[in-house]
Design a protein around this ligand. Structure first.
Ligand SMILES: Nc1nc2c(ncn2[C@@H]2O[C@H](COP(=O)(O)OP(=O)(O)O)[C@@H](O)[C@H]2O)c(=O)[nH]1
Ligand SMILES: [Mg+2]
Length: 478
């Protein structure tokens, strides 16, 4: 019942009660005062006090019941990137469980676990990328030496990624430092480097000169997905000071969206000095770790989780498509059987609508939508009518007559025609319903008509009709 109605009824009832009570009280008082006025007054006062108290209690409880309740709020939007990451990882689990293919699911589940683990560790992943020989490995060495007092690292060309755990006293924590084999290098090296770059919480993009086109494009792609990046100009010992300034300016201009502090000049392994010159880079890295460290990790986890989610969605869509196709396939040949067994002068679309009803229910299930029999019937009938009004029934008959006569003697073809037409139209209906369910039960701007028309056009190509007829001949088996 509506709230205002309840309130109105309650007010009327209370008013009625009050009237009745006052008149009863009057009678009581009159009766009592005949006996003794003092007693009458005392009793009446008592009754009135009791009544007021009772009214108070009633009013209080009706208020509890009738007061405007706040609407149950939608789940609050995540406030921080951290919360967003947690929420997203949870929904990812949910999503992955919908993947039926065991192998594909396991692969994604494993990757999701890695992401979750990285999140729990809260260890920032710093990745060095750049083309071959720009000084990535030299920089990895220099960073370890200068930041953590560790030395090491393989000399020579790195063909695989190298990960180092580096303790950083300045932030009282650890990071993972990855040296990559080289962007734009041949084959696997480029692949590994790109993959590493997408995994990074913070990316050091090393160059030893102005960016050339291919380098520029990769950098732009990484920035476009929101990858936190520092552009590092290495080998500055090979340039004069004003040249370095010019290069820095040019890099800054090219990568317009970067903060100028995020373009840094260094010499990881100078020719003419015993020690690397990388202090400006270290300062910048530590400032970023302090200010944004947790956010960077959360941000990146969100990014990774979204990537996985996208892959999962694609798999689920594929899997649904396959199941839907199987269902359509089954029903189209049921339809063919029914109509071939009971020949009608014209294909009776309402008869096929009966078959389509069950198909709609099953297709709905594939997309996780529970469609009642009534709704399914309404949908099937209105689709059948739409097909009729678009002239598709006649169109299909014509299309298939030609196709069948090419394959069979005219007499035999005539007998098959209705069944095959029914199957063909059932198929178009099925495909249309799939669009509808995929679209969250929406026919889109052009309505049901446009969807049906689209699938009819898609399926009328000669090649498809021929394939269909071949299958029909086998299925109907006459
Ligand atoms: N002059 C100069 N040479 C450098 C510098 N950093 C690296 N190199 C040299 O560049 C070459 C490639 O360095 P490497 O770190 O292996 O590059 P990677 O292929 O990017 O890992 C080596 O010969 C290094 O000694 C630098 O700051 N100045
Ligand atoms: Mg290297």
């Amino acid at each position: 019942m509506k709230r205002p109605l309840i309130i109105a009824v309650a007010v009327l009832v209370v008013l009625g009660l009050l009237l009745w009570l006052t008149s009863t009280l009057g009678t009581l008082y009159a009766g009592l005062s005949n006996l003794n006025p003092w007693v009458a007054q005392a009793i009446t006062t008592l009754v009135v006090v009791l009544m007021v108290m009772a009214l108070g209690v009633v009013a209080y409880y009706s208020w509890l019941f009738l007061r405007p309740r706040r609407r149950t709020a939608a789940p609050p939007l995540p406030k921080t990137t951290n919360e967003a990451a947690v929420t997203h990882l949870q929904s990812l689990d949910q999503q992955l469980s919908q993947i039926e293919d065991e192998v594909a699911r396991q692969a994604l589940v494993e990757r999701a676990k890695t992401v979750t683990h990285a999140f729990e560790q809260q260890r920032l992943h710093l990745v060095i990328v750049g083309s071959g020989s720009v000084g990535k490995t030299s920089l990895a060495n220099a960073l370890m030496g200068e930041m953590a007092g560790e030395t090491a690292v393989t000399k020579g060309t790195t063909t695989e990624q190298q990960d180092y755990r580096v303790a950083i006293p300045a932030i009282d924590g650890e990071i993972i430092l990855s040296d990559s084999p080289g962007l734009l290098d041949v084959g696997a090296a480029d692949q590994i480097s790109r993959e590493l770059a997408t995994q990074a919480d913070l990316l050091l993009y090393v160059v030893d000169n102005d960016l050339h086109r291919a380098q520029y494009e990769i950098l732009m792609q990484l920035l476009a997905v929101g990858k936190r990046t520092l552009v590092v100009l290495n080998k500055t010992d090979l340039y004069a000071d004003d040249e370095v300034q010019m290069l820095l300016e040019r890099l800054g201009q090219r990568v317009g969206q970067l903060d100028s502090r995020d373009v840094v000049a260094i010499s990881a392994h100078p020719n003419d000095a015993p020690n690397p010159y990388i202090q400006p880079l270290i300062d910048r890295i530590i400032a970023i770790l302090r200010a944004e460290g947790r956010d960077l990790i959360a941000n990146n986890i969100l990014l990774q989780s979204q990537r996985l989610s996208l892959e999962a969605r694609q798999l689920i869509a594929q899997q649904r498509q396959q199941r839907a196709d199987t269902i359509i396939d089954r029903y189209q040949w049921i339809g063919a059987g029914v109509l071939a067994a009971t020949p009608l002068p014209v294909v009776d679309m309402l008869a096929t609508a009966a078959i389509n009803t069950q198909m709609v229910v099953e297709l709905g299930q594939v997309y996780g939508i529970a469609v009642s029999i009534e709704d399914a019937r309404t949908l099937a009938i209105s689709l059948a009518k739409t097909m009729g009004s678009l002239g598709l029934v006649k169109g299909a008959l014509k299309l298939l007559t030609v196709g069948l006569q090419a394959n069979l003697a005219t007499a035999v073809a005539g007998k098959l025609l209705q069944g095959v037409s029914a199957a063909y139209l059932t198929r178009i209906a099925g495909k249309s319903f799939v669009d509808y369910f995929e679209n969250q039960q929406d026919w889109g701007d052009g309505g049901m008509q446009a969807v049906v028309e689209k699938h009819y056009q898609l399926n009328r190509r000669d090649q498809i009709v021929q394939q269909f007829i071949q299958r029909a001949l086998v299925s109907v088996g006459r």
